[in-house]
Write a protein that binds this ligand. Structure first.
Ligand code: SF4
Length: 640
């Protein structure tokens, strides 16, 4: 036996891997982006298979270049591979060209690290970031040769798990996944992995493993619950089928950001990805309380990483990766409590190694001129702000606490600093919206161009991009009860706005497809029944539904019809206050009572202040100490 193999078993494993690797390699000359299937990148992990006790497959249900720009992937990859005996490998959805070749050559879905078949993993964990990637999950399972439904999988198949934003309403995927882990992953993943290790060493049955997993705080095993419906088809509850199964399942919180593991040696791709830069997470959570924003609710409370640690991580990460750009990540970067001194420190460090700093999400009412001055040397062409709505009335409804004055003062400042591209994000179809709010969007764009002219005369290149997304009512938000506009109404609004904006000089317009937003709304508030439509849509050929070039609305309508699902029931129906919501099985921390109160305040046009100014009683303190909460500084009476 060759001396590099410590055992016959290891040699057999290696032969098998090399066999598949060689077959994959032959395909690489025939596909568009071979580097996205090769693995072997800087800091990708390779472990001995023989010494591995638990094989984890981290699945990103979209292309490599999207997944590798997602910080969550790098964090989880690092957390799992730091566990002794655990080998986490990455899997991505192959592009259409690669998929066709894999199917023609009978090559199964494989890992990036060892080109190992997905079906050989002990557990496949999908990150659920976006409803329109759901058909890619089905496609990846099919390519792996794994049955779609949990009930059809046997002892030999990997356990299928899900986490990420969409796991806060996991019901559309409940018949497919074995379990879900809503919330922060850093603590729960090692606990779950330990159960899987035990199940292998102690030869547990799959059912016993699921029972043990259900005992882990924050784990939801959907097969232990049966959804109940009334005669009108509305859901009335979850019946618990397994004694001891938690109700509700409370998301997991990681409270001390300085304590959690962080990937200082993130995998550095060989090829361009969406963002080629190092990313440092500043904080989790948001206190602003925008009523449409799911991330702002499900990520509470705010937990900041210390300034010293951010600086240290930034410097080490830049040095380790060789990137020449760094970005700070959070839901609202300018709300970081020490943003100005931090940016000063980081810019000083970046200058020494000729790297740049980018701040992706600045708020119009809290961004600092000093911060912009610091970063403008590196990038002063483009800046993005999100007023979200065109009038103060609608901004009050959605609880976006910025005023016209904030918008125009900010525009004046950035124009004076030399910025020539301003992008403005708006959302249309919001509850309470009228055409006057659309006129307000055009008015804001017109006024910003006027500010530029006032400062610079009618010369020079300047552009305001109005970017419009469509309101999708999401689970766990105060607008979770609201109806969505129909695709036809969205189209009308797009044309209305287009018509007004085309008359303006230096203004361009971008908008999202209406039919994809409609589909997103169905799954964002779907129940278990919509899972059947998902499978049927995949059978009809749907993949990459978030990509305009692949999205096929006709096939989706056919899938809904054939599976007896009325998409309007999920997207366009106002939910009753007393109605049971399919995602109530998961407690995201913020209470339903609080969200209902916020919905009612929206209808009255009342704003609720940022809870850094006084606790507004969101309910998260039922589970954890909120770092932002100050006793005696309550805006409303805090709920028990
Ligand atoms: S508990 Fe109070 S202070 Fe903390 S996030 Fe909720 S509303 Fe804000």
């Amino acid at each position: 036996m060759n001396s590099i193999f410590r055992s016959e078993t290891r040699k057999k494993e290696w032969d098998k891997i090399m066999n598949l690797s060689n077959r994959i390699e032959k395909l690489l000359t025939k596909v568009n982006k071979p580097a996205t299937y090769m693995g072997g990148e800087l800091y990708s992990v390779h472990k001995s298979q023989e010494e591995t006790e638990v094989f984890w497959g981290f699945c990103f249900p979209d292309l490599y270049e999207i997944g590798m720009s997602y910080l969550g992937l790098q964090i989880i990859y690092h957390v799992l591979n730091s566990c002794p005996g655990v080998y986490c490998q990455r899997l991505f959805a192959p592009g259409a060209d690669m998929e066709a070749l894999m199917r023609a050559e009978s090559i199964p879905l494989f890992t990036m690290e060892d080109q190992q078949p997905a079906a050989e993993m002990d557990i496949l964990g999908f990150t659920l970031q976006y409803e329109l990637s759901f058909t890619n999950i089905i496609n990846m399972l099919d390519l792996a040769g794994i049955p779609f439904f949990s009930r059809d999988r046997s002892e030999e198949h990997p356990i299928i798990a899900g986490g990420g934003n969409c796991s806060f309403n996991p019901e559309p995927l409940a018949d497919i996944f074995d379990f879900f882990m809503p919330g922060d992953g850093e603590d729960i993943l090692p606990e779950v992995t330990e159960r899987i290790r035990l199940s292998k060493t102690e030869h547990w049955s799959r059912q016993h493993l699921l029972e043990e997993l259900a005992r882990v705080e924050g784990v939801y095993v959907p097969s232990f619950y049966e959804p109940q419906y009334d005669e009108s088809g509305r859901m009335t509850g979850h019946r618990i089928l397994k004694e001891g199964a938690a109700y509700p399942v409370v998301k997991r919180f990681v409270m001390d950001m300085d304590r959690v593991a962080y990937p200082l040696h993130p995998v550095v791709p060989f090829t361009d990805t969406v963002h080629n830069r190092t990313v440092i997470e500043l904080f989790r959570g948001c206190t602003r309380g925008c009523r449409f924003c799911q991330a702002g609710m499900i990520c509470r409370p705010v937990r900041e990483r210390s300034r010293d640690q951010v600086r240290q991580y930034a410097s080490e990460s830049l040095k380790n990766t060789g990137y020449d750009e760094m970005s700070l990540l959070s839901l609202s970067t300018s709300d970081y409590s020490q943003i100005e001194p931090l940016v000063r420190d980081l810019m000083a460090d970046c200058k020494q190694i000729k790297a740049g700093l980018s701040l992706p999400s600045l708020r119009l009412d809290s961004f600092s001129e000093e911060v912009l001055q610091e970063i403008q040397e590196f990038r002063k062409t483009g800046l993005t702000f999100a007023p979200e709505a065109g009038t103060q009335r609608l901004r009050n409804i959605i609880n976006k606490s910025i005023t016209d004055e904030h918008i125009y003062t900010a525009a004046e400042k950035v124009i004076r600093l030399g910025y020539t591209n301003i992008k403005l994000y708006f959302m249309i179809g919001l509850p309470g919206e009228t055409d006057e709010d659309l006129d307000g969007i055009a008015e804001i764009a017109r006024n910003i161009v006027s500010i530029y002219w006032k400062e610079n005369g009618r010369k020079g290149k300047f552009n305001v991009t109005v970017s419009v997304s469509n309101f999708v009512p999401k689970a766990d938000t105060p607008f979770q009860w609201a109806a969505q506009d129909s695709p036809e109404e969205f189209n009308r609004k797009h044309y209305y706005l287009k018509d007004r904006l085309k008359k303006l000089k230096h203004v361009s317009f971008q908008y999202h497809g209406t039919e994809t937003s409609y589909l997103e709304a169905v799954f964002a508030r779907g129940d278990r029944r919509v899972g059947a439509s998902l499978i049927r849509a995949w059978e009809l050929g749907c993949r990459f539904d978030g990509w305009t070039e692949f999205f096929d609305y006709g096939k989706w309508l056919q899938a809904f019809e054939e599976t007896g699902i009325d998409p309007d029931f999920y997207s366009r129906r106002v939910r009753g206050e007393e109605e049971y919501l399919p995602w109530e099985i998961i407690d995201c921390g913020v209470s339903k009572r609080y969200m209902l109160k916020e919905m009612k305040r929206a209808m009255e046009g009342l704003q609720t202040p940022d809870c850094r100014k006084g606790c507004t009683g969101c309910g998260v303190r039922r589970f954890v100490e909120c770092p932002v909460y100050e006793p005696g500084a309550n805006y409303f009476q805090v709920e028990s």
